[in-house]
Design a binder for this molecule. Structure first.
Ligand code: ADP
Length: 161
């Protein structure tokens, strides 16, 4: 049986923290699908298409990773794709309550889909897409914090606007 994990999120944009979880997941599972969920309440900087393209460009070195998007419920998506696992990253205690709530709801909806958490690599524990956007907006250097294609994309959004 092929072991498939779905790595869901907004990825607005993908950061080195996300990439670290995806790379580690790709070593454990046969396949990992990074799924962009369009969270309307977050008023995103990048369109879903832009986010998909950035994830694709940033994961090209990982042959068992694919990229997809969905507007529906995560659990319905996981079932449709025959994924056994939802893979999430945990940065700090502050992530815990939210993740606990979502995981419990998802388990209620389908107990067969397991949610697994990976602790962030310490060097990325402060990193979020929001912080990246805040730094980039003021023209500061984010090249150590996001994959190369994202550096250019942020410059295009904020400098060439
Ligand atoms: P969401 O909108 O669902 O929170 P995000 O794009 O913010 O989506 O995050 C997607 C996943 O990546 C989540 O599981 C989140 O906890 C994880 N993640 C985000 N930033 C980091 C990081 N710096 N280190 C590890 N995991 C992270």
């Amino acid at each position: 049986m092929t072991r498939l994990a779905v790595c869901p999120g907004s990825f607005d944009p993908i950061t080195n923290g996300h990439l670290d979880i995806i790379e580690r997941g790709a070593k454990i599972f046969d396949r990992v699908t990074v799924a962009v969920f369009n969270n309307q309440s977050k008023s995103p900087l990048f369109t879903v298409e832009e986010r998909l393209a950035l994830i694709e460009a940033s994961t090209r070195h990982l042959p068992n990773v694919s990229v997809d998007a969905s507007n529906g419920l995560l659990i319905d998506y996981a079932k449709k794709k025959n994924a056994q696992v939802v893979l999430r990253g945990l940065r700090a205690v502050s992530d815990f309550e939210y993740e606990m709530q979502i995981t419990s709801a998802n388990r209620k909806l389908d107990p067969d889909v397991e949610t697994l958490f990976m602790m962030t690599n310490n060097q990325y524990s402060f990193l979020s897409s929001s912080i990246i956007k805040e730094i980039a907006k003021y023209g500061s250097n984010v090249s150590d914090l996001v994959p190369e294609p994202v550096v250019t994309a942020l410059q295009n959004k904020y400098i060439h606007q």
